[in-house]
Design a protein around this ligand. Sequence first.
Ligand code: ADP
Length: 276
Amino acid sequence: MAKRISRSILEPIKRLYLNHPTVTPDTYEELNPLLKKIMEQSLTIQKENEQREAYRREFTSNVSHELKTPLTFISGFAEIMKSGGIAEDLVKDFSASIYEEAQRLIILVNDIIKLSELEGPMEHLEKVEVDLFEVAKEVVEHLAPLATAEKVDIKLMGTSTMIKGHQRVLYEMIHNLCDNAIKYNVPHGKVLLTLGTVNGEAQLCISDTGQGIAEEEQTRIFERFYRVDKSHSRAKSGTGLGLSIVKYGIAFHNARLSLQSVIGKGTTITIKFPRP
Ligand code: ADP
């Protein structure tokens, strides 16, 4: 008897298809709020999946486009060289161009690898005590030849500043920001990195006296492959991925980034890290 009663009670529940539950009059009225919640959740998941798929498709199309341009150059130069009959000094020029385009490809592929690592689950990236000043010092030393070539003066000020973070990710972030501050600067311009503790928070400030970023571009520059001036950026050997890597690094460290920029005057980026 009890079995028959419980079976008849459970029957309408068993008939529910929870992937697409519909609130129907023959189900228990008491279940309606739960079914409504399940429906809302499955709609949210569906929307997120669609968005992820759209991102993936856009990313694949951007990557293909970015790979195609240097490969077309390399293929073109190599084809002319293969056909022979070109002057010795032209062979040297063409080889230099092929090398430059191959370098561009290497930088692009490296940036894609770094970005895909930061976009995925990051449990394997362990956070330890890191001195931001030491990381910044290493970046400045590494970028000194670029700064000299661009006639930009780069300086680091401040003191030892400890945070809990991932050394390599922090290096990438500071490197990309300083690289931009040098690349988008003007001859005889300046880049200043300041490190210290403000109101108990570790703070890194990178300011440049460069070309500045228009207000309407200031959020877009953190999108993947976004460049303010595409033709100019190619000459500046950018991949358009540098600030996306910074964005993921900021989220990974629970840090906050703010940007102040004035066209023709320069840009200041401030990052505040939580206390260790
Ligand atoms: P890229 O590899 O092109 O430098 P990023 O993602 O690092 O890509 O930067 C995106 C764009 O933001 C750059 O192409 C440039 O137009 C602009 N930008 C970034 N940093 C600066 C800066 N300090 N001053 C002026 N423009 C900048």
